[in-house]
Structure formats: C-alpha cells, structure tokens
Design a protein around this ligand. Sequence first.
Ligand SMILES: C[C@H](N)C(=O)N[C@H](CCC(=O)O)C(=O)O
Ligand SMILES: [Mg+2]
Length: 394
Amino acid sequence: MAETVFVFFVEIIIFKLKLIYGKIGIINHGGEVMKITAIEMERISVPLIRPFKTALRTVDSVEDVIVKIITDTGNIGYGEAPPTPVITGDTIGSIVGAIKEVISKNIIGMKIEDFEEILIKLDKCMIKNTSAKAAVDIALYDLFGQLYGAPLYKILGGGKKELVTDITISVNTPEQMALDSLEAVKKGYTTLKIKVGKDSEMDIKRLKAVREAVGEEIKLRIDANQGWTPKEGVRILRKMEDSGIDIEFVEQPVNAYDIDGLKFVTDNVYIPVMADESVFSPKDALTIMQKRAADFINIKLMKTGGIYNALKICSLAEIYGIQCMIGCMLEAKVSVTAAAHLAAAKSVITKVDLDGPVLCKEDPVTGGAVFTESLIKLENKPGLGIEGIKTSKL
Ligand SMILES: C[C@H](N)C(=O)N[C@H](CCC(=O)O)C(=O)O
Ligand SMILES: [Mg+2]
C-alpha cells in the first residue's frame, strides 16, 4: 500500500516536472524518437454509486486493467480496459494475457515517432481482443500527444474543449427508474439513457413512468442491449410511438449478430435505431451502412480496439452521412478521457454517452478530463494529461 502511494506521488512529480521543462524547451521531443521499453499492467477497483443493470448484466464495481507504456525518455502512456464478457468477450485474464503474451512482444522496442507502424502492428498481431488492444492504443495515443507536446484532441484535429454527456438509468421497476431519472435531472442532466430490454410489456411502463416524472423537455434515448426479437422490437417501439412518448433513438434492439433483424426494426419504426453491439470493426460499420440496417452507430473504443479503428468508422460515417455516438463500457477516467478527446475532434460524433466516471463512487485518477456530472472539460495538457493513478497489483 505504502509502495503504491509512493509510486503514485513520484509519478505526479515527474509529470509536473515534464510540464514545466517541456514549456521552457528543456525537453524538446522534436528530435527524439521515444522508444517503448516496457509495458506494465496494474488494476483499479472502484465501487459504483448504485448497481449498473442492463438486459445483459448487473455490475457493482468497475474492475479495470490499467496499462502503462514506459519509454526511454521517461514518458509514460496510460491506457485502461474493462472486462465486459457479455459484450466484448474479454475478461481481466484475457486482457492481461493478450498484452503480456502477444502485444508486448510485438511492439516493445518500436518508436512512438513511427506511430502508424506501431498501430498497424497492434491491429494485426492478433485477432479479436479489442479491449486489450484499446488499452494499448490509448496509451500509445497518450504518448503521441506527449511527443509533440499537444493535447490529444488537438493532435486529432479538433478544437472543441467541452462535451455534454447523458447518464444511464439502470433497468429496474418503473417506480425506481422514475425516481432515478428525476434525481439525474435535478443534477443537471438534460439527456437520459434508459435501459430496457427486459420484459417488453414492462418496458413500456418503464418509459411511461420516466417520461411522466421528468416532463417533456428532457431527451430520452433507450438501450435494449439486444433484449428483443425483431418483431417484439417493432411492436414495443410502435406502442411507444402510439402513446406519444418522445424517444430520441433506440440502441441495439436485437441480437448483435442479427443484422437483418436490426434492419427490420429500422425499416418498420419511426424512432431512429442505433447499432451498438452489432458494430465492433470498421468492416462491421460499413456493412451496417451499406445495408442501411441502422440510422446511427455507437462507437466504443473497447469494441473498435482503440482510436485508430474508431477514426476509420468516423470517416465511413462522414462518407455515408451517418451520425455517431461515442459510448463507453464501465470505464473510469483514463479510457473515457481518450474517448472524450476523440469526440471533441470529430464533428460526426454528435451524441455523447461517456458517463462511466460519474457512475463511480471514487476517482482513482489524477489529471485527465474533468467530469462534473453532465459536463466534460478537456485540459490543455499533452496527450491525455493523466498525472497518476491509484492502482493495485494484478
Ligand atoms: C456505461 C454506458 N452508458 C453504457 O450504458 N454502456 C453499455 C454497456 C456497458 C456495460 O455493460 O459495461 C451500452 O451502451 O450498451
Ligand atoms: Mg448500448
């Protein structure tokens, strides 16, 4: 414990010194290559304010792997990956195993200066394992920002410094969901993401109760997390339309692999449909866009394997004229900061579901973006601006 606290403070001091000396030009990365010398992994365990419940699972805490990419210049790049077995298939063990046994062996010794080469290596060195790849990709982008002394959103070409996120309302009884929604609105949230997909008749009661509680001004988006069959989805969504409950969009009404079923829903309701679990890779996104199987795409770094592939989905979406949402799993501030930088840089990302950090009871991360309920503010520090993380050993 004492050792972890000591390391945490030393990391903060090193970071501050780098900021000071970086500013007055003593550290000039202009001529440096920044070689990867090691990849270390630790973990964070953060209790949630309340249980997070979806049609797929119930979780009480964030249990994520923290990745630190160490370089010969003393710079550290930070990444994070949550185990989300029901969506990505990843566990703590699989994330750690993929990084230790495959990814590290492929990228240690490479230079951050040769950025695209490293990202291609990371993408190609193994299939699947998108959460492990995302954690490493995020740490690499952090280092890339540090190498050129600019915050990630600027490196990605963006100028926006603030974002507004929704907050997720877990699936519960209609009464409980109405109370939780009201509490969120009192905290300043203007958009709520309502979890449904568990018992279709009850879902309509849930939505009615929430709408009644929060009034007409609050935007409601719903997420069924694959909970309905295509016909069931159409029936429920039409019922919601008929009862005049205004819904911004519905996320992943049907099974992730049922692209025809997703299209069936999209074609048969007025409420716009967003693909979430159906889209991991840029190829998945292209299929959805070509088939017009959904109206929107939810980009999550843990599904794409990081920013490198997320940018490709953004480009496809620009070409096809499809708006995207940036989402997250149960993630703390490191990976959600990376997602926020991406969203700030890409105007095709018009919707934000980055509530991971505000669902947590504690914040183990110093630095990064500032999350104040619905408001996310990006800092002007190099890379992600992470200063230190209270971690424990794996
Ligand atoms: C946390 C975020 N608002 C969210 O709802 N993400 C879920 C999946 C999260 C998980 O199960 O870890 C989603 O959009 O499906
Ligand atoms: Mg979703």
